[in-house]
Design a protein around this ligand. Structure first.
Ligand code: CTP
Length: 409
């Protein structure tokens, strides 16, 4: 898998940099082409000469070519970014992580990072003292980079440069090489979703009671956004119909913001005829106040009665209208009789696949980072997935969708 692949290894100034020459040798031995980018601080830990020797390539230490070289190519960061099949930052220090998250570009590493196409794989290996790693600013910056498409490999626990034991160690070169290979494999795998039009609903809806109040739910939108990212990574043309959430739009995804179930229904209807796959991950309110008050509803008597009216069931409507070849995927959020209810929903809404989301209020469901899904297909056979991060659960669900797409459709 590594043979012929173009890999950029970008090194920051941390003691773990001493492991990188071994990594470069390993990658070269497996047939990869490796170019090394070195920050100024990194060159205090590991020498340019060592890296040039093991990579058999020029090492990039500065944005600008050395004056004495006679080279006047001041756009090297662009050609380097285009050359790469994968961009690996190891070790990634707090300073460089902050620069990448902020979009600064005052050195070769950060400038090159900005030139990468949105679907190019990026692996970051943070390595630093555990206290630093857990600081709110490092975690905030990592969350931002993760949301924008980088894969973050958390440091391991063990002996640290400070002499203490704890979280902060960069994985060993063999483990890094295996992760690079895994990431490259993912990015070149052909997907039957390539070029397909995929519409995904995500997040909660808000149903107005009056001008300042609404009925909603705890949906964070994370599962729907993870699905949108994973579908775009597979080359699908993704439209994300998002309820009110504060999440970053994944790269290459067209986002349409809506508020109420009615707005989501209207936005979805415009795609019913043309989409290949419709995935409803949104927690759409089943009912809305029949007649929202204008302005602010004043407090009067001891009781207040709101009359609620049924909202359109968007997924059921798509299931009704869909033509052969179009695929409908839904979620079933259940607190009891999960399998029975999910199968009933799949049949009633004419779905090709339903993901049962059993709500236990802890590891699965709203506002958490993980999800435990059971996938139920047209044969009503149930496949229980393990407890996974939402991005991993999204990938497993899309693997099931890929199998439903007929070749040539
Ligand atoms: N759904 C929808 N439109 C609605 C309600 C739900 O498209 N008005 C979709 C959801 O996005 C989900 C599926 O239908 O993919 C099932 O939603 P769920 O809330 O589990 O069930 P409901 O059909 O609303 O039924 P109930 O609340 O009675 O369980």
């Amino acid at each position: 898998m590594l043979r012929g692949k173009n890999i950029i290894i970008a090194i920051c100034g941390g003691i773990a940099a001493y492991k990188i020459p071994v990594l470069v040798r390993l990658l070269k031995k497996n047939g990869a082409n490796v170019k090394v980018v070195l920050t100024a601080s990194a060159s205090r830990f590991v020498s340019e000469l060592t890296l040039a020797t093991v990579s058999q390539e020029q090492v990039y230490c500065s944005l600008f070519p050395p004056a004495e070289s006679g080279n006047v190519d001041y756009t090297r960061h662009i050609s380097l970014g285009e050359w790469a099949d994968i961009f690996v930052v190891a070790p990634a220090t707090a300073n460089t992580i902050a620069k990448l998250a902020a979009g600064l570009c005052d050195d070769m590493l950060s400038a090159c990072f900005l030139t990468l196409r949105p679907n190019k794989p990026v692996l970051l290996f943070p390595a630093m003292d555990g206290q630093m790693f857990n600081s709110s600013s490092v975690q905030r910056n990592l969350a931002l980079l993760l949301a924008e498409g980088s894969r973050i490999i958390n440091p391991e626990s063990g002996e640290l440069a400070s002499g203490q034991c704890g979280l902060g160690r960069m994985p060993e070169p063999e483990a890094i090489a295996a992760l690079i290979e895994e990431e490259l494999q993912k990015s070149c795998r052909h997907s039957s979703l390539q070029g397909k039009s995929v519409v995904i609903t995500a997040g909660p809806t808000r149903e107005k009671i009056d001008g300042v109040r609404f009925i909603s739910n705890y949906s964070s939108g994370k599962m729907g956004f993870a699905l949108a990212r994973a579908a775009a990574e597979r080359g699908a043309k993704v439209t994300l119909l998002a309820g009110p959430v504060s999440l970053v739009t994944p790269p290459l995804v067209e986002r349409v913001d809506v508020e109420s179930a009615k707005e989501m229904y209207d936005a979805a209807c415009t795609h019913f005829e043309t989409c290949d796959v419709f995935i409803s991950a949104a927690a759409i309110a089943d009912y809305r106040p029949e007649a929202p008050f204008q302005g602010k509803l004043k407090k009067t008597g001891e009781e207040l009665t709101l009359t609620l009216k049924k909202n359109p069931d968007i997924l059921a409507e798509f299931g009704k209208q869909k033509s052969p070849g179009q695929i409908a995927v839904g979620f079933a959020l259940e607190c009891e009789d999960g399998l029975k209810n999910a199968i009933k929903k799949r049949i009633e809404k004419n779905l090709d696949l339903i993901a049962l989301n059993f709500y236990d209020g802890k590891s699965s469901g709203f506002e958490v980072e993980t999800n435990m899904l059971t996938l139920i297909g047209r044969d009503n056979e149930a496949t229980l997935l393990p407890l996974l991060s939402k991005p991993d659960a999204a990938n497993r669900l899309l693997e099931a969708v890929e199998k439903l797409i007929q070749p040539g459709c």
